[in-house]
Design a protein around this ligand. Sequence first.
Ligand SMILES: NC(=O)c1ccc[n+]([C@@H]2O[C@H](COP(=O)([O-])OP(=O)(O)OC[C@H]3O[C@@H](n4cnc5c(N)ncnc54)[C@H](O)[C@@H]3O)[C@@H](O)[C@H]2O)c1
Length: 283
Amino acid sequence: MNFNSNINMPVIALLGSGSMGTAIIKRIGAGKTILLGDISEKNLKERAQELRSSGYIVETQIVDACERESVRAFAEKAASLGSVKYFIHTAGASPNQAKPEHIIKLDLVGTAIAIDEFAKVITEGGAGLIISSQTGYMMHLTPEVETKLAMTETDKLADLDVVKTTAMTNSGAAYIISKRANHLRVRTAAATTWGDARARINTISPGIIVTPLAYDEFKASGDDYQEMIDSSAARRVGTPEEVAAAGAFLLSDEAGFITGTDLLIDGGVIASIESGRYQLHVR
Ligand SMILES: NC(=O)c1ccc[n+]([C@@H]2O[C@H](COP(=O)([O-])OP(=O)(O)OC[C@H]3O[C@@H](n4cnc5c(N)ncnc54)[C@H](O)[C@@H]3O)[C@@H](O)[C@H]2O)c1
């Protein structure tokens, strides 16, 4: 049954329909046409059913966030549904879920592709949100390397020296460099493609947030993760709802003067590392 009249509603597109993305949608999706995208048909079906049963208006599309054509088709589908007011990107794989090659393809290049493609369809006054990670703060890159990660054409990112040498050495390094690149590319996009579209775009860098992805990291990192939590100011993990609260703010008109920035939501883990309280182990 469709309880909603067929009127033109702004569109909100979510690429990666996992825990954090869905938590954000639940906060801001009422009164909008929601387009969910994911590589997993099962995830899409379950999320769509859960949201529709609470009255949200939901469309779905299978999309592989690693492939430009697939992401472009997803952005075009969003535009076909109405004015694309919001874009949220949470499609990612963590170090214990994938090899470095895949992390580079998905978290680095795939995210950059999505930033490119949604700049073409986002409406004036719209907003984008990319979920990066606290790990983006865990390696100090030189200004020259950072400039290259920020400015290199998306399709040539995987050929950069820092990717071929450092990032390819292990999945942890691939993830850290990819997530730092997310911050840098969003900053560039805010000034160029997204800024020219009169739209805003920001990143959030979550710390340890309890989702299926975090469980995979817990299983593999055990004591390291526990030590990281114990040494942080919050001394606890975070929840998808806490990320969603900040995401909803950054996407709202109240954040109308905020673009090209990153919001670190980590319970103080990075502060703990930078003050020497916690010694990071990158494997
Ligand atoms: N959970 C954490 O502790 C944590 C911490 C920092 C950053 N992050 C980042 O947050 C984002 C969201 O993570 P989450 O914890 O909500 O995880 P999640 O596993 O609940 O959601 C990720 C979603 O992305 C989808 N996906 C994976 N590969 C895809 C592809 N190629 N194309 C399209 N969809 C794809 C998955 O099917 C899944 O639905 C990720 O980018 C992750 O790196 C998570």
